[in-house]
Design a protein around this ligand. Sequence first.
Ligand SMILES: CC(C)(COP(=O)(O)OP(=O)(O)OC[C@H]1O[C@@H](n2cnc3c(N)ncnc32)[C@H](O)[C@@H]1OP(=O)(O)O)[C@@H](O)C(=O)NCCC(=O)NCCS
Length: 168
Amino acid sequence: MYLKDDDLVIRDAATEDVQLLCDWWADGRVMAHAGFPKGVYTDAAKLMDKIRNQSDAERRLIIEIASDRVGEMVYRTKDGVSEVGIKICDFSFQERGYGTRALKLLIGYLFNEMKVQKVILDTNLNNKRAQHVYEKIGFRKTAVRIDSWKDQLGVPQSSVDYELIREF
Ligand SMILES: CC(C)(COP(=O)(O)OP(=O)(O)OC[C@H]1O[C@@H](n2cnc3c(N)ncnc32)[C@H](O)[C@@H]1OP(=O)(O)O)[C@@H](O)C(=O)NCCC(=O)NCCS
């Protein structure tokens, strides 16, 4: 998969990206928003296998800005519903409009090319920036789950679910 909007590219992750993904996921500053303030260890060989076997149903993607790898996206589709995730890992590229653009680009592809009916995503209740971005794009809040899970340090965390339904 390869999507482009001016300086922004979203493309399939490749085996050459495995080390960078492992480095990002090992970094607690990058992973704190997902509940892993100490980062996570990744088995590079398993990730390599997964990336080699990507399909339309589930793809790990790299976000590039002016040819630099700055973050990742992921989607997983089942029964016409795609769950999406986004992470701009290079902090210097956050807050510059790229997250909004990347989400719009991927969602456009899922609705128009993959013909999915609905896109869902969630975020931590503390993540006001992500909530603002999702709502700006048109996502509707469907649930707030208070203290629904514990992070890596055992601290209870709350999450917010969103959905965007395809318009015909
Ligand atoms: C969340 C994320 C995808 C947003 O992308 P981004 O490129 O940083 O954001 P954008 O520049 O497109 O938009 C930011 C918007 O949020 C607003 N914002 C920033 N901080 C905010 C806050 N604390 N509360 C409310 N709104 C906030 C900005 O003013 C801007 O709004 P505007 O477009 O209406 O002016 C990106 O920051 C990211 O990947 N963060 C780390 C991982 C993460 O949080 N992933 C998503 C949750 S799982």
